[in-house]
Design a protein around this ligand. Structure first.
Ligand code: SF4
Ligand code: SF4
Ligand code: FES
Length: 241
């Protein structure tokens, strides 16, 4: 039996609220069987420093709250096994989002702002008849909508996006994916002209540089490349007509 590895978690710490500037701090943790980064961080907080800030809710890759930069790459900490990494692991908060402290960032505020701006809800003129029988939807269409709805708003695509680092008002792959989702939904009566009003400029689909960092880091494997390319074609059509 091989001895457990000793891991060094090199964490970028800071606390804007308390005026603590960013600085690196190392923590030594003994690796356990099947250890995830989330478990390693829990160990640090329990044994070494209870003040360490990081977020988690589900521990199962569903809530999207534990995203951070792992060796520079946006990653969900709860789905990342330490055995897949070298013993020296650097952890930093996601860029772009408001920093709360240490590894904790306010993705919720950003996501809400983007949802309000892009009006990511069904727009329909029809009155909702509460007693009416539910209208059926083609299974293939329902499946395609569900596929885009799998986004967990973790923020990895924003943290991996060159445009989002330069333009705070860029809606990013998460925003464009949401537009693709509502565009597909027949219950939403908005036209491509309406969607153009929302994403037909540099803060939307024309700000995208198509380098596909978003596609590479999305932990849910969403088809961001396809969605962005498709939306761009549709929006160009509206723009030139
Ligand atoms: S392809 Fe577009 S949205 Fe995706 S990372 Fe690049 S600039 Fe950002
Ligand atoms: S599109 Fe992917 S990377 Fe971006 S927020 Fe949704 S799940 Fe996360
Ligand atoms: S804790 Fe929910 S996705 Fe990691």
């Amino acid at each position: 039996m091989t001895a457990p590895r000793s891991l060094t978690l090199r964490i970028l710490r800071s606390s804007p609220g308390e005026g603590i500037a960013p600085h690196w701090q190392d923590f030594l943790v003994e690796e356990a069987e099947g250890m995830t980064l989330f478990l390693a961080l829990g160990e640090v907080r329990e044994r070494l420093d209870p003040s360490l800030q990081f977020d988690f809710v589900c521990r199962a890759g569903i809530c999207g709250s534990c995203a951070m930069l792992v060796n520079g790459k946006p990653t969900l900490a709860c789905r990342c096994l330490t055995r897949d990494l070298d013993p020296l692991i650097t952890l930093a908060p996601l860029p772009v989002f408001e920093l709360i402290g240490d590894l904790s960032v306010n993705t919720g505020k950003w996501m809400r702002g983007t949802a309000e701006r892009l009006e990511t809800w069904i727009h329909s003129q029809e009155e909702t008849a509460l007693t009416a029988v539910e209208a059926p939807m083609e299974p293939a269409l329902a499946e395609a909508i569900y596929e885009l709805d799998r986004c967990i708003e973790c923020g990895c695509c924003i943290a991996g996006c060159g445009t989002a680092q330069m333009r705070p008002d860029f809606v990013g792959a998460v925003g464009l994916n949401k537009i693709a989702r509502f565009r597909l939904d027949p219950r939403d009566t908005r036209s491509d002209d309406d969607f153009y009003e929302l994403i037909g400029d540099d803060t939307g689909v024309f700000g995208c540089m198509s380098l596909l960092g978003c596609h590479d880091v999305c932990p849910k494997g969403l088809s961001l490349q396809t969605q962005i390319a498709f939306l761009r074609r549709k929006m160009v059509k509206v723009g030139v007509l």
